[in-house]
Design a protein around this ligand. Structure first.
Ligand code: ZN
Length: 145
């Protein structure tokens, strides 16, 4: 039944239950069609009376009735976001990280967010003295080795 299109007209508001389906053909043409009821859609569909309004294909399926969602902007990788956040808010202190962190903890240096490199032993000492240190899952970009 190629060429058969589905139309609706003359439906008075409130007199007939009408539903709109978004349909997709096998060539991914998307179009809306109106039906008196879900059953009407089913019977038309099963009888092969539906066809694409664009190419006439008889292979029609109902698109998911999902609410239209604005496509989200491409999010950077969480790690990349974290790195940007750290690099944008903290000061890179390189290899003097442990010393700086301790100085800030002791109050001999102004409190500020810092990041840098520390050895495992240094970090262990910091943690033992209740100096909060968080491992970062990346290396600073400025580090070249
Ligand atoms: Zn089509």
């Amino acid at each position: 039944m190629r060429g058969v299109m589905t139309y609706l007209s003359g439906v008075r508001k409130g007199t007939s239950p009408v539903i709109r389906y978004n349909l997709i053909c096998n060539k991914d043409h998307s179009f809306d069609s109106w039906f008196a009821s879900a059953a009407a859609y089913e019977s038309l569909s099963q009888a092969g009376h539906l066809s694409c309004t664009i190419c006439g294909s008889g292979e029609i399926r109902k698109a998911l009735m999902a609410p239209k969602v604005k496509s989200a902007p491409v999010e950077p990788h969480p790690l990349e976001k974290l790195r940007k956040h750290v690099e944008g808010t903290a000061t890179y202190v390189g290899g003097s990280f442990a010393k700086q962190a301790r100085a800030q903890h002791d109050g001999t240096a102004p409190d500020r967010p810092i990041y840098g490199e520390a050895t495992r032993a240094e970090v262990r000492d910091l943690l033992r003295d209740d100096i909060p240190v968080l491992p970062l899952p990346f290396r600073p970009k400025s580090q070249t080795n």
